[in-house]
Design a protein around this ligand. Structure first.
Ligand code: GDP
Ligand code: MG
Length: 439
């Protein structure tokens, strides 16, 4: 998608005069690309109309970079769709909240319930899982297995067949145990939609959830809008989680789901494992969707703020898909200094919100320093390859840096996470100096 949109914008910038026809051709190309990425037809049409209104060719003074203005307009419009302007819920730590998960079978509810619980557990919540899926054979075992792995209390039954009763009993049980995040997993039976929606209504009625999260598989394509809307009409969906963003899904469905539910996307699932789960950030997502911002925007930013002599090497490495421990180390150093690169990297998904939360800079700094002493210890050991990790090596690094084994493992996880993000930069075209207009 990013490719076709930048190609469309490129073609336009090659034109000597940007007139109505050139703009229309460009918008048509962009429209086609968005439809291919599964953004709903009506959304795309409205967006195109809005952009035409915004980009009033006659009003643009000569010398304005029209291509950039159009690109910005596309970006802004997509951000607007993804930001319904309401965080429709606030859950409070320490106060018992009930969160109900809904979505079709196979969308990733059970997996996502655990990821969600685990994410909050790490942040000091006391989550619990309730399996109210009595429809799918093995549903309780699956939840039980996930919950056990994450050490999260769970509730369910092999014999009770009434999902409402299980949900109510589970919620009651965990309220008594002072859990503050009680998560109810539901059934998502296929091809029996009427019965499913009725069941959801009943579970919702009986458990009075503080938040209903709609889980959607990102690969369902153009069906996203209608599916999300159908759920929205039966239960009060307050947030969306889009799963399987690691696959070949194009992600446009997320926009459609937000538009249909008028609720924000709060997380995305990027794999089957517990920690393959990211807080959703509108801007980097749209950038990724357009294939522009976080990559070419990053190049822009690097060229703006990094001293000339330091640019080529870093860009070269990133475009080769290299993200070494050395680079991570240097970027941590930069972030500690909050030098120019600190700003650059804080634009990237993965580096931003998670690692340097506003107001908690002190903690983040302490964390970077901790990571760096462990990395130092790896260097002293003469082996910086984090791929070769044995138990004894991890213990040596922990001893060498005076840290705990689980802290070393956390640092390595962080490295893996960042390396995965940066691997997406592989193949990034590095523009020659003075040729920034080609981005
Ligand atoms: P449910 O029927 O809605 O409860 O869906 P499940 O949680 O059972 O998930 C269905 C399948 O999707 C399982 O094989 C999961 O491992 C897989 N899955 C869930 N989330 C993700 C994700 O973000 N990425 C990938 N690759 N697989 C996922
Ligand atoms: Mg399930």
């Amino acid at each position: 998608l990013g490719g076709s949109i930048s190609r469309a914008l490129q073609q336009m910038s090659n034109a000597t005069i940007i007139d109505e026809k050139v703009l229309n051709d460009c918008l048509n190309e962009i429209t086609r690309a968005l439809l291919q990425a599964d953004v709903q037809f009506k959304l795309v049409r409205d967006m195109s109309t809005n952009i035409k209104k915004i980009v009033n060719l006659e009003d643009l003074a000569a010398g304005h970079n029209k291509r950039r203005i159009i690109q910005q307009a596309v970006y802004n419009e997509l951000c607007k769709i993804l930001d319904p302007g309401k965080p429709s819920f606030t859950l409070k730590k320490g106060k018992p909240s009930v969160v109900m998960f809904v979505g079709l079978q196979g969308s990733g509810k059970t997996t996502t319930c655990t990821k969600y619980a685990y994410h909050h557990q790490k942040k000091g919540w006391k989550p619990a899982l309730v399996c109210a899926d009595t429809f799918r054979a093995g549903a309780f075992d699956q939840l039980k297995q996930n919950a056990t792995k994450a050490k999260i209390p769970f509730y369910g039954s092999y014999t009770e067949s009434d999902p409402v009763k299980i949900a109510v009993d589970g919620v009651e049980t965990f309220k008594k145990e002072n859990c503050d995040l009680i998560i109810v997993d539901t059934s998502g039976r296929h091809k029996q939609e009427a019965a499913l929606f009725e069941e959801m209504r009943q579970v919702s009625e009986a458990t009075k959830p503080d938040l209903v999260i709609f889980v959607m598989d990102s690969s369902i394509g153009q069906a996203a809008f209608d599916q999300a809307q159908a759920f929205r009409q039966s239960v009060a969906v307050g947030a969306v989680i889009v799963t399987k963003m690691d696959g070949h899904a194009k992600g446009g469905g997320a926009l459609s789901a937000v538009a249909a539910t008028k609720s924000p996307v709060i997380f995305i699932g990027t794999g089957e494992h517990m920690d393959e789960f990211e807080v959703f950030d509108v801007k980097p997502f749209v950038s990724r969707l357009l294939g522009m911002g976080d990559l070419s925007g990053l190049v822009n930013k690097i060229q703006d703020v990094v001293p000339m002599d330091q640019q080529p090497e870093l860009l070269q490495k990133l475009s080769e898909g290299q993200f070494t421990l050395r680079i991570m180390y240097e970027q941590f150093q930069n972030m500690l200094k909050m030098g120019p690169l600190g700003q650059v990297f804080s634009m990237l998904p993965g580096f931003s919100a998670e690692m340097m939360p506003k107001g908690r800079e002190k903690e983040s700094q302490a964390k970077f320093k901790r990571y760096m002493t462990m990395m130092d210890s790896m260097t002293n050991e003469g082996n910086t390859n984090p791929k070769i990790m044995t138990e004894s090596r991890i213990m040596r690094i922990a001893r060498g840096s005076g840290r705990l084994v689980h802290e070393v493992m956390e640092m390595l996880e962080e490295y893996k996470r960042l390396a995965k993000i940066f691997s997406k930069m592989k193949g990034l075209k590095i523009p020659k100096k003075g040729d920034m207009s080609s981005l």
